[in-house]
Design a binder for this molecule. Structure first.
Ligand code: SAM
Length: 227
């Protein structure tokens, strides 16, 4: 595992409490303004019975979907976040790194109508996980990827793939570690799909309601029949 991947993983242990506060106290503006509703609307529009929440964090999405009658299994690398999700309810949450999940991807069944990655694909290598998720899907199941919009960059940042650091400024208090994450341009995101045997079903770009700037990229994809 690279140094960045190791720090990425550790940051979700170190920052578990601060992150839980940020999410539960609605301190992340883009989430409040548009992106939470966008992911809920997309999942609900699929009328799923069972959903895998991949990188489920403290579990807000699982709870939101559970109140709409959807069964949720959450997988998440940080034990600290799994404990918080589990005690708040709304689904069954398991401590698993994506690498460990990918070794046995059908362990929670092969009947998921959707696997959702809500701001949780942060690594350089994601093909193995996307392939593993495909094998856990029901026949018409989809993978939903929600991520920071590639155009939502600092003005002086270069439009090129590579590792960046998130310092959580403006998202709340108590963060003790920066988080390395792998930035992808629009073309890089779109090329991840065929690499994993997926094809695009729908692409959405939720915007800031006042400025009209793109906030996130929401890709719904399905396994290619000929893969
Ligand atoms: C930005 S948080 C999003 C959490 C949640 N999906 C939400 O919407 O609030 C990213 C989550 O992905 C998880 N994650 C990222 N890479 C992971 C990996 N390789 N294995 C397991 N979990 C991972 C982190 O632990 C963290 O909880």
């Amino acid at each position: 595992m690279s140094e960045q991947e190791k720090r990425l993983e550790e940051s979700w242990v170190t920052n578990a409490e601060a992150w839980t506060q940020s999410v539960r106290q609605n301190q992340i503006e883009s989430r409040k303004l548009a992106t939470d509703q966008a992911i809920i609307d997309e999942i609900v529009s699929l009328h799923p019975r069972k959903v895998m929440d991949v990188g489920s964090g403290e579990g807000w999405l699982a709870r939101a979907l559970h109140t709409r009658g959807i069964e949720i299994i959450g997988i998440e690398g940080s034990t600290e976040l799994v404990q918080r999700a589990q005690s708040a309810g709304g689904g069954s949450f398991y401590q698993l790194s994506y690498a460990d999940f990918s070794k046995n991807p059908t362990q929670f069944g092969t009947d998921f109508d959707a696997a959702v990655c809500n701001f949780s694909l942060l690594s350089e290598e994601i093909t193995e996980l996307l392939q593993a998720l495909s094998t856990s899907l029901a026949p018409n199941g989809v993978i939903v990827i929600h991520t920071l919009h590639p155009f939502n960059l600092a003005a002086d940042d270069r439009y090129e793939i590579g590792w960046r650091e998130e310092s959580f400024v403006g998202m709340g208090e108590g963060y003790k570690a920066a988080m390395p994450w792998y930035y992808r341009t629009m073309s890089a995101w779109l090329s991840e799909l065929p690499k994993a045997g997926l094809e695009l079903v729908r692409c959405q770009e939720p915007v800031h309601p006042r400025t009209g700037r793109p906030l996130s990229l929401l890709l719904t994809a399905k396994p290619r029949i000929d893969r």
